[in-house]
Design a protein around this ligand. Structure first.
Ligand SMILES: NC(=O)c1ccc[n+]([C@@H]2O[C@H](COP(=O)([O-])OP(=O)(O)OC[C@H]3O[C@@H](n4cnc5c(N)ncnc54)[C@H](O)[C@@H]3O)[C@@H](O)[C@H]2O)c1
Ligand SMILES: O=C(O)C(=O)C[C@]1(C(=O)O)C=C[C@@H](O)C=C1
Length: 361
Protein backbone atom coordinates (compact mmCIF):
# COMPACT_ATOMS: atom_id res chain seq x y z
CA UNK A 1 0.00 0.00 0.00
CA UNK A 2 1.45 3.36 -1.02
CA UNK A 3 -1.43 5.78 -0.47
CA UNK A 4 -4.42 5.99 1.87
CA UNK A 5 -7.26 8.37 2.64
CA UNK A 6 -8.59 8.49 6.19
CA UNK A 7 -12.08 9.96 6.51
CA UNK A 8 -12.82 10.90 10.13
CA UNK A 9 -9.68 12.04 11.90
CA UNK A 10 -10.72 11.41 15.50
CA UNK A 11 -9.11 8.97 17.93
CA UNK A 12 -9.19 5.91 15.64
CA UNK A 13 -8.64 7.61 12.26
CA UNK A 14 -5.71 9.66 13.54
CA UNK A 15 -4.15 6.63 15.27
CA UNK A 16 -4.34 4.54 12.08
CA UNK A 17 -3.02 7.48 10.02
CA UNK A 18 -0.10 8.00 12.42
CA UNK A 19 0.81 4.29 12.17
CA UNK A 20 0.55 4.29 8.34
CA UNK A 21 2.49 7.55 7.92
CA UNK A 22 5.16 6.25 10.29
CA UNK A 23 5.64 3.29 7.95
CA UNK A 24 6.01 5.32 4.80
CA UNK A 25 2.44 5.36 3.44
CA UNK A 26 1.27 8.72 2.03
CA UNK A 27 -1.86 9.47 4.03
CA UNK A 28 -4.53 12.04 3.14
CA UNK A 29 -6.79 13.22 5.95
CA UNK A 30 -10.38 14.37 5.71
CA UNK A 31 -12.97 15.23 8.35
CA UNK A 32 -16.33 17.02 8.22
CA UNK A 33 -14.71 19.34 10.78
CA UNK A 34 -11.70 20.54 8.76
CA UNK A 35 -9.90 21.75 11.89
CA UNK A 36 -9.69 18.11 13.06
CA UNK A 37 -7.99 17.04 9.84
CA UNK A 38 -5.58 19.97 10.23
CA UNK A 39 -4.83 18.94 13.82
CA UNK A 40 -4.16 15.35 12.75
CA UNK A 41 -1.86 16.63 10.00
CA UNK A 42 -0.01 18.82 12.50
CA UNK A 43 0.52 15.70 14.65
CA UNK A 44 2.31 14.03 11.72
CA UNK A 45 -0.57 11.78 10.64
CA UNK A 46 -0.43 12.89 6.99
CA UNK A 47 -1.64 15.77 4.83
CA UNK A 48 -5.05 17.44 4.80
CA UNK A 49 -4.66 18.10 1.06
CA UNK A 50 -6.99 16.07 -1.17
CA UNK A 51 -5.33 13.23 -3.12
CA UNK A 52 -4.66 13.92 -6.82
CA UNK A 53 -6.29 10.62 -7.86
CA UNK A 54 -7.66 7.39 -6.35
CA UNK A 55 -5.68 6.10 -3.35
CA UNK A 56 -5.01 2.43 -2.55
CA UNK A 57 -7.16 2.29 0.59
CA UNK A 58 -9.88 4.51 2.03
CA UNK A 59 -10.32 4.10 5.81
CA UNK A 60 -13.70 5.34 7.04
CA UNK A 61 -13.36 6.16 10.75
CA UNK A 62 -16.58 8.08 11.45
CA UNK A 63 -19.30 7.25 14.05
CA UNK A 64 -21.29 4.08 13.17
CA UNK A 65 -24.46 5.91 12.09
CA UNK A 66 -22.45 7.87 9.45
CA UNK A 67 -20.53 4.90 8.03
CA UNK A 68 -22.90 3.79 5.26
CA UNK A 69 -23.47 7.28 3.86
CA UNK A 70 -19.76 8.20 4.04
CA UNK A 71 -18.77 4.95 2.31
CA UNK A 72 -21.43 5.32 -0.37
CA UNK A 73 -20.22 8.87 -1.14
CA UNK A 74 -16.56 7.81 -1.20
CA UNK A 75 -17.32 4.92 -3.56
CA UNK A 76 -19.45 7.13 -5.81
CA UNK A 77 -16.54 9.60 -6.05
CA UNK A 78 -14.14 6.73 -6.90
CA UNK A 79 -11.73 7.79 -4.15
CA UNK A 80 -9.93 4.43 -3.71
CA UNK A 81 -9.23 0.86 -4.87
CA UNK A 82 -10.49 -0.56 -1.57
CA UNK A 83 -12.70 0.74 1.24
CA UNK A 84 -13.04 -0.27 4.86
CA UNK A 85 -14.69 1.03 7.99
CA UNK A 86 -13.57 0.61 11.60
CA UNK A 87 -16.94 0.91 13.34
CA UNK A 88 -17.52 -0.95 16.61
CA UNK A 89 -20.53 -2.78 15.12
CA UNK A 90 -20.47 -4.72 11.89
CA UNK A 91 -23.89 -6.21 11.05
CA UNK A 92 -25.91 -2.96 10.97
CA UNK A 93 -23.53 -0.88 8.80
CA UNK A 94 -23.19 -3.84 6.39
CA UNK A 95 -26.97 -4.12 5.98
CA UNK A 96 -27.25 -0.34 5.55
CA UNK A 97 -24.55 -0.47 2.84
CA UNK A 98 -26.43 -3.21 1.04
CA UNK A 99 -29.64 -1.20 1.38
CA UNK A 100 -27.91 1.91 -0.01
CA UNK A 101 -26.89 -0.13 -3.06
CA UNK A 102 -23.15 0.16 -2.30
CA UNK A 103 -20.72 -1.94 -4.22
CA UNK A 104 -19.58 -4.71 -1.82
CA UNK A 105 -16.64 -6.12 -3.84
CA UNK A 106 -14.36 -3.21 -2.93
CA UNK A 107 -15.52 -3.07 0.71
CA UNK A 108 -14.58 -4.90 3.89
CA UNK A 109 -15.93 -4.23 7.39
CA UNK A 110 -13.30 -4.13 10.15
CA UNK A 111 -13.05 -3.31 13.86
CA UNK A 112 -9.82 -2.71 15.83
CA UNK A 113 -10.24 -3.89 19.43
CA UNK A 114 -8.35 -0.96 20.89
CA UNK A 115 -9.46 2.48 21.84
CA UNK A 116 -9.95 4.85 24.70
CA UNK A 117 -12.54 6.81 26.61
CA UNK A 118 -11.08 9.91 24.90
CA UNK A 119 -12.00 11.10 21.43
CA UNK A 120 -10.62 13.46 18.80
CA UNK A 121 -7.25 13.62 17.02
CA UNK A 122 -5.30 14.71 20.09
CA UNK A 123 -6.11 11.36 21.74
CA UNK A 124 -4.58 9.48 18.76
CA UNK A 125 -1.41 7.40 19.11
CA UNK A 126 0.63 5.50 16.51
CA UNK A 127 0.94 2.47 18.80
CA UNK A 128 -2.74 2.27 19.82
CA UNK A 129 -3.34 -0.97 17.93
CA UNK A 130 -0.08 -2.76 18.70
CA UNK A 131 -0.68 -6.36 19.71
CA UNK A 132 -4.48 -5.87 19.70
CA UNK A 133 -7.00 -7.99 17.79
CA UNK A 134 -8.36 -6.30 14.65
CA UNK A 135 -11.52 -8.00 13.36
CA UNK A 136 -12.03 -8.37 9.60
CA UNK A 137 -15.51 -9.29 8.36
CA UNK A 138 -15.34 -9.83 4.60
CA UNK A 139 -18.58 -10.50 2.73
CA UNK A 140 -18.68 -13.31 0.15
CA UNK A 141 -18.42 -10.49 -2.40
CA UNK A 142 -15.23 -8.92 -0.96
CA UNK A 143 -12.39 -9.11 -3.51
CA UNK A 144 -9.18 -10.84 -2.38
CA UNK A 145 -7.20 -7.69 -3.26
CA UNK A 146 -9.33 -5.68 -0.82
CA UNK A 147 -8.96 -8.28 1.93
CA UNK A 148 -5.19 -8.10 1.35
CA UNK A 149 -5.22 -4.29 1.65
CA UNK A 150 -7.04 -4.63 5.00
CA UNK A 151 -4.52 -7.25 6.15
CA UNK A 152 -1.71 -4.88 5.17
CA UNK A 153 -3.30 -2.04 7.19
CA UNK A 154 -3.60 -4.34 10.23
CA UNK A 155 0.03 -5.43 9.86
CA UNK A 156 1.27 -1.84 9.45
CA UNK A 157 -0.60 -0.92 12.66
CA UNK A 158 1.06 -3.86 14.48
CA UNK A 159 -2.32 -5.47 15.21
CA UNK A 160 -3.41 -9.11 14.99
CA UNK A 161 -6.03 -9.95 12.32
CA UNK A 162 -9.08 -12.00 13.37
CA UNK A 163 -11.52 -12.96 10.61
CA UNK A 164 -15.08 -13.15 11.89
CA UNK A 165 -18.65 -13.12 10.60
CA UNK A 166 -20.28 -9.71 11.20
CA UNK A 167 -23.15 -10.98 13.38
CA UNK A 168 -20.87 -13.28 15.44
CA UNK A 169 -18.64 -10.23 15.96
CA UNK A 170 -21.60 -8.17 17.21
CA UNK A 171 -22.59 -10.87 19.72
CA UNK A 172 -18.98 -11.14 20.94
CA UNK A 173 -18.49 -7.39 21.42
CA UNK A 174 -21.87 -7.17 23.20
CA UNK A 175 -20.22 -9.32 25.88
CA UNK A 176 -16.65 -7.97 25.95
CA UNK A 177 -17.12 -4.29 25.09
CA UNK A 178 -20.67 -2.93 24.93
CA UNK A 179 -22.00 -4.39 28.21
CA UNK A 180 -18.82 -3.37 30.11
CA UNK A 181 -19.34 0.20 28.84
CA UNK A 182 -22.89 0.29 30.22
CA UNK A 183 -21.92 -1.33 33.52
CA UNK A 184 -19.06 1.13 33.96
CA UNK A 185 -21.45 4.02 33.26
CA UNK A 186 -24.01 2.65 35.73
CA UNK A 187 -21.42 2.28 38.51
CA UNK A 188 -20.13 5.81 37.83
CA UNK A 189 -23.71 7.14 37.76
CA UNK A 190 -24.06 6.11 41.45
CA UNK A 191 -21.49 8.84 42.19
CA UNK A 192 -23.47 11.64 40.54
CA UNK A 193 -25.56 12.40 43.61
CA UNK A 194 -23.22 10.85 46.17
CA UNK A 195 -22.07 12.71 49.21
CA UNK A 196 -18.77 14.57 48.72
CA UNK A 197 -17.26 12.79 51.74
CA UNK A 198 -17.84 9.44 49.99
CA UNK A 199 -16.49 10.66 46.65
CA UNK A 200 -13.28 11.87 48.31
CA UNK A 201 -12.52 8.27 49.28
CA UNK A 202 -12.40 7.03 45.65
CA UNK A 203 -9.47 4.65 45.33
CA UNK A 204 -8.04 2.60 42.52
CA UNK A 205 -10.88 0.05 42.43
CA UNK A 206 -13.52 2.53 41.31
CA UNK A 207 -11.07 4.27 38.99
CA UNK A 208 -10.45 0.92 37.22
CA UNK A 209 -14.16 0.14 36.95
CA UNK A 210 -15.25 3.62 35.77
CA UNK A 211 -12.47 4.72 33.35
CA UNK A 212 -14.63 4.11 30.28
CA UNK A 213 -17.62 5.88 31.87
CA UNK A 214 -15.90 9.06 30.61
CA UNK A 215 -16.60 7.97 26.98
CA UNK A 216 -18.54 10.13 24.51
CA UNK A 217 -22.30 9.37 24.95
CA UNK A 218 -23.09 10.34 21.33
CA UNK A 219 -20.70 7.69 20.00
CA UNK A 220 -22.04 5.03 22.36
CA UNK A 221 -25.69 5.76 21.54
CA UNK A 222 -24.75 5.03 17.91
CA UNK A 223 -22.95 1.82 18.86
CA UNK A 224 -25.69 0.50 21.15
CA UNK A 225 -28.45 1.46 18.72
CA UNK A 226 -26.74 -0.79 16.17
CA UNK A 227 -26.44 -3.75 18.57
CA UNK A 228 -29.38 -3.58 21.01
CA UNK A 229 -30.49 -7.24 21.06
CA UNK A 230 -27.17 -8.93 21.92
CA UNK A 231 -26.38 -6.27 24.55
CA UNK A 232 -29.83 -6.64 26.15
CA UNK A 233 -29.28 -10.44 26.28
CA UNK A 234 -26.00 -10.07 28.21
CA UNK A 235 -27.47 -7.40 30.51
CA UNK A 236 -30.45 -9.67 31.28
CA UNK A 237 -28.00 -12.39 32.43
CA UNK A 238 -26.21 -9.80 34.55
CA UNK A 239 -29.55 -8.74 36.03
CA UNK A 240 -30.11 -12.35 37.16
CA UNK A 241 -26.69 -12.32 38.88
CA UNK A 242 -27.54 -8.96 40.45
CA UNK A 243 -30.86 -10.25 41.81
CA UNK A 244 -29.19 -13.33 43.29
CA UNK A 245 -26.41 -11.20 44.82
CA UNK A 246 -28.92 -8.81 46.41
CA UNK A 247 -30.79 -11.83 47.85
CA UNK A 248 -27.52 -13.30 49.19
CA UNK A 249 -26.60 -9.98 50.84
CA UNK A 250 -30.06 -9.73 52.43
CA UNK A 251 -29.59 -13.27 53.78
CA UNK A 252 -26.31 -12.15 55.34
CA UNK A 253 -28.37 -9.68 57.41
CA UNK A 254 -30.68 -12.43 58.73
CA UNK A 255 -30.75 -13.52 62.38
CA UNK A 256 -30.88 -17.19 61.34
CA UNK A 257 -27.38 -18.70 61.02
CA UNK A 258 -28.31 -21.11 58.18
CA UNK A 259 -29.60 -18.20 56.15
CA UNK A 260 -26.37 -16.26 56.78
CA UNK A 261 -24.34 -19.29 55.70
CA UNK A 262 -26.37 -19.58 52.47
CA UNK A 263 -25.88 -15.85 51.86
CA UNK A 264 -22.10 -16.12 52.29
CA UNK A 265 -22.02 -19.11 49.91
CA UNK A 266 -23.94 -17.08 47.31
CA UNK A 267 -21.51 -14.19 47.55
CA UNK A 268 -18.51 -16.50 47.41
CA UNK A 269 -19.91 -18.18 44.30
CA UNK A 270 -20.22 -14.91 42.39
CA UNK A 271 -16.73 -13.79 43.44
CA UNK A 272 -15.20 -17.14 42.43
CA UNK A 273 -16.99 -17.06 39.07
CA UNK A 274 -15.50 -13.59 38.65
CA UNK A 275 -12.01 -14.93 39.37
CA UNK A 276 -12.50 -17.65 36.76
CA UNK A 277 -13.75 -15.19 34.13
CA UNK A 278 -10.96 -12.71 34.82
CA UNK A 279 -8.37 -15.48 34.35
CA UNK A 280 -9.64 -15.95 30.79
CA UNK A 281 -8.91 -12.32 29.79
CA UNK A 282 -5.98 -12.57 27.33
CA UNK A 283 -2.68 -10.92 28.20
CA UNK A 284 -0.50 -8.66 26.06
CA UNK A 285 -0.46 -9.52 22.31
CA UNK A 286 -3.36 -11.97 22.82
CA UNK A 287 -1.18 -14.45 24.71
CA UNK A 288 -2.42 -16.36 27.77
CA UNK A 289 -2.52 -13.98 30.77
CA UNK A 290 1.06 -13.55 31.93
CA UNK A 291 1.84 -13.85 35.63
CA UNK A 292 3.58 -10.47 35.85
CA UNK A 293 4.97 -9.27 39.13
CA UNK A 294 4.37 -5.73 40.37
CA UNK A 295 7.18 -3.40 41.47
CA UNK A 296 5.59 -0.40 43.20
CA UNK A 297 7.41 2.89 43.64
CA UNK A 298 6.51 6.21 45.20
CA UNK A 299 6.77 8.92 42.54
CA UNK A 300 6.41 12.68 42.75
CA UNK A 301 3.97 14.40 40.38
CA UNK A 302 6.62 16.57 38.68
CA UNK A 303 7.82 16.85 35.07
CA UNK A 304 10.31 14.21 33.96
CA UNK A 305 9.73 11.70 36.79
CA UNK A 306 8.06 9.10 34.58
CA UNK A 307 10.77 9.44 31.93
CA UNK A 308 13.42 9.03 34.65
CA UNK A 309 11.94 5.83 36.10
CA UNK A 310 11.40 4.30 32.65
CA UNK A 311 15.00 5.16 31.71
CA UNK A 312 16.26 3.57 34.96
CA UNK A 313 14.27 0.39 34.21
CA UNK A 314 15.70 0.37 30.68
CA UNK A 315 19.26 0.85 32.00
CA UNK A 316 18.69 -2.19 34.26
CA UNK A 317 17.77 -4.20 31.12
CA UNK A 318 14.18 -4.76 32.33
CA UNK A 319 11.22 -4.67 29.95
CA UNK A 320 8.13 -3.02 31.46
CA UNK A 321 5.11 -5.13 30.48
CA UNK A 322 2.45 -2.85 31.93
CA UNK A 323 2.13 0.33 33.99
CA UNK A 324 -0.43 1.66 36.46
CA UNK A 325 -0.39 4.98 38.28
CA UNK A 326 -2.41 5.77 41.41
CA UNK A 327 -2.63 9.43 42.28
CA UNK A 328 -2.74 10.25 45.98
CA UNK A 329 -5.69 12.47 46.95
CA UNK A 330 -4.60 16.06 47.62
CA UNK A 331 -0.86 15.35 47.21
CA UNK A 332 1.70 16.06 44.49
CA UNK A 333 2.67 12.38 44.55
CA UNK A 334 1.44 8.95 43.61
CA UNK A 335 2.39 5.30 43.31
CA UNK A 336 3.54 3.80 40.05
CA UNK A 337 3.28 0.04 39.65
CA UNK A 338 5.53 -1.45 36.98
CA UNK A 339 4.46 -4.96 35.94
CA UNK A 340 7.44 -7.07 34.87
CA UNK A 341 8.26 -10.75 34.32
CA UNK A 342 8.71 -12.54 37.67
CA UNK A 343 12.46 -13.09 37.10
CA UNK A 344 12.92 -9.35 36.37
CA UNK A 345 11.15 -8.10 39.52
CA UNK A 346 14.09 -8.49 41.96
CA UNK A 347 16.51 -7.07 39.34
CA UNK A 348 14.30 -4.01 38.82
CA UNK A 349 13.64 -3.52 42.54
CA UNK A 350 17.38 -3.60 43.32
CA UNK A 351 18.25 -1.25 40.43
CA UNK A 352 15.58 1.28 41.41
CA UNK A 353 16.53 1.16 45.09
CA UNK A 354 20.17 1.77 44.12
CA UNK A 355 19.11 4.83 42.10
CA UNK A 356 17.29 6.28 45.12
CA UNK A 357 13.66 5.39 44.33
CA UNK A 358 11.34 4.70 47.30
CA UNK A 359 9.87 1.23 46.81
CA UNK A 360 6.51 0.29 48.33
CA UNK A 361 4.80 -3.07 48.96
N1 LIG B 1 -13.32 4.99 20.59
C1 LIG B 1 -12.99 3.72 20.58
O1 LIG B 1 -12.52 3.20 21.58
C2 LIG B 1 -13.18 2.92 19.30
C3 LIG B 1 -12.48 1.73 19.15
C4 LIG B 1 -12.62 1.00 17.96
C5 LIG B 1 -13.45 1.48 16.95
N2 LIG B 1 -14.12 2.64 17.13
C6 LIG B 1 -14.95 3.12 16.02
O2 LIG B 1 -14.18 4.07 15.30
C7 LIG B 1 -15.02 5.06 14.72
C8 LIG B 1 -14.49 6.44 15.12
O3 LIG B 1 -14.51 6.56 16.50
P1 LIG B 1 -13.53 7.56 17.29
O4 LIG B 1 -13.43 7.03 18.68
O5 LIG B 1 -12.30 7.80 16.48
O6 LIG B 1 -14.44 8.87 17.32
P2 LIG B 1 -14.01 10.41 17.34
O7 LIG B 1 -15.18 11.16 17.84
O8 LIG B 1 -12.72 10.58 18.06
O9 LIG B 1 -13.78 10.72 15.81
C9 LIG B 1 -14.80 10.67 14.84
C10 LIG B 1 -14.48 11.73 13.78
O10 LIG B 1 -15.34 11.56 12.68
C11 LIG B 1 -15.70 12.87 12.21
N3 LIG B 1 -16.93 12.73 11.43
C12 LIG B 1 -18.18 12.48 11.88
N4 LIG B 1 -19.03 12.35 10.85
C13 LIG B 1 -18.29 12.53 9.73
C14 LIG B 1 -18.60 12.50 8.34
N5 LIG B 1 -19.83 12.26 7.92
N6 LIG B 1 -17.58 12.73 7.46
C15 LIG B 1 -16.33 12.98 7.88
N7 LIG B 1 -15.99 13.01 9.19
C16 LIG B 1 -16.96 12.77 10.09
C17 LIG B 1 -15.82 13.69 13.47
O11 LIG B 1 -15.71 15.09 13.19
C18 LIG B 1 -14.65 13.17 14.29
O12 LIG B 1 -13.46 13.89 14.07
C19 LIG B 1 -16.43 4.76 15.20
O13 LIG B 1 -17.14 4.10 14.21
C20 LIG B 1 -16.22 3.85 16.41
O14 LIG B 1 -17.30 2.95 16.57
C21 LIG B 1 -13.99 3.40 18.26
O1 LIG C 1 -9.97 0.77 26.15
C1 LIG C 1 -11.01 1.39 25.99
O2 LIG C 1 -11.13 2.51 26.38
C2 LIG C 1 -12.11 0.76 25.26
O3 LIG C 1 -13.14 0.61 25.81
C3 LIG C 1 -11.90 0.36 23.90
C4 LIG C 1 -12.97 -0.50 23.28
C5 LIG C 1 -13.22 -1.76 24.13
O4 LIG C 1 -14.32 -1.97 24.59
O5 LIG C 1 -12.27 -2.52 24.31
C6 LIG C 1 -14.20 0.28 23.09
C7 LIG C 1 -14.91 0.25 21.96
C8 LIG C 1 -14.34 -0.19 20.73
O6 LIG C 1 -15.18 -0.53 19.74
C9 LIG C 1 -13.15 -1.01 20.87
C10 LIG C 1 -12.43 -0.95 21.98
Amino acid sequence: MRTALVIGTGLIGTSAALALSGRGVTVHLRDEDASRARTAAALGAGTDREPAGPVDLCVVAVPPAHVARTLAEAQAAGLARGYLDVASVKGGPRRELEGAGCELASYIGTHPMAGSERSGPLAGAADLFEGRPWVLSPTPATETGVLNLALELVALCGAVPVVMDADAHDRAVALVSHTPQLVSSMVAARLEEADETAVRLCGQGIRDVTRIAASDPAMWIDILAANPGPVADVLAELATDLDETVRALRSLQAADEDKRRAGAAGIEAVLRRGNAGRERVPGKHGAAPAPYEPVTVLISDTPGELARIFADAGAAGVNIEDVRIEHATGQQAGRITLAVLPQSAPVLAAALRERGWALRQ
